[in-house]
Design a protein around this ligand. Structure first.
Ligand SMILES: [Zn+2]
Length: 133
């Protein structure tokens, strides 16, 4: 199993995963609140729904920024960003998304399998070799 080169990379992967799931939850709740506010004709709920939509937009932008620099240590492809590259033949999805599977695996198990090269990576810093120290 591969490991990440630095603590910064570990933080990037965890943050990008959290932001991806938070953006998804925020988008779903925004749709729910907006739908309910239209059904109830409630302007206050509608303002909350629009605020949730803005929050979702901000979360998505931050996620794109963080995820674009969280690269797989083997193939150097950002595993949490949506690229047009072809996926590994054994790559699998969660809820129709390769990124969700990577994010859920990072948060739940502490490791992920890159959807592009298919190699497993632990979310921990690789030990330094003696001549590098
Ligand atoms: Zn990879």
């Amino acid at each position: 199993m591969h490991r990440l080169p630095s603590q910064t990379a570990v933080t990037r992967f965890r943050l990008a995963s959290l932001l991806l799931l938070a953006a998804c939850v925020s988008a779903l709740s925004a749709v729910g609140v907006l739908g309910y506010s239209m059904y109830e004709q409630d302007k206050f709920l509608m303002i909350i729904g629009v605020a949730l939509l803005c929050t979702t937009l901000i979360l998505v932008i931050f996620q794109l920024l963080v995820a674009s620099r969280a690269r797989c240590p083997l193939c150097l492809t950002p595993a949490l960003a949506s690229k047009g590259c072809s996926k590994h033949r054994s790559a699998r999805r969660l809820l129709g998304s390769y990124r969700f599977r990577v994010a859920a695996s990072i948060l739940a198990n502490g490791h992920f399998r890159c959807p592009y090269c298919g190699e497993p990576t632990a979310i921990e810093v690789r030990p330094r070799r003696a001549h590098e120290a």
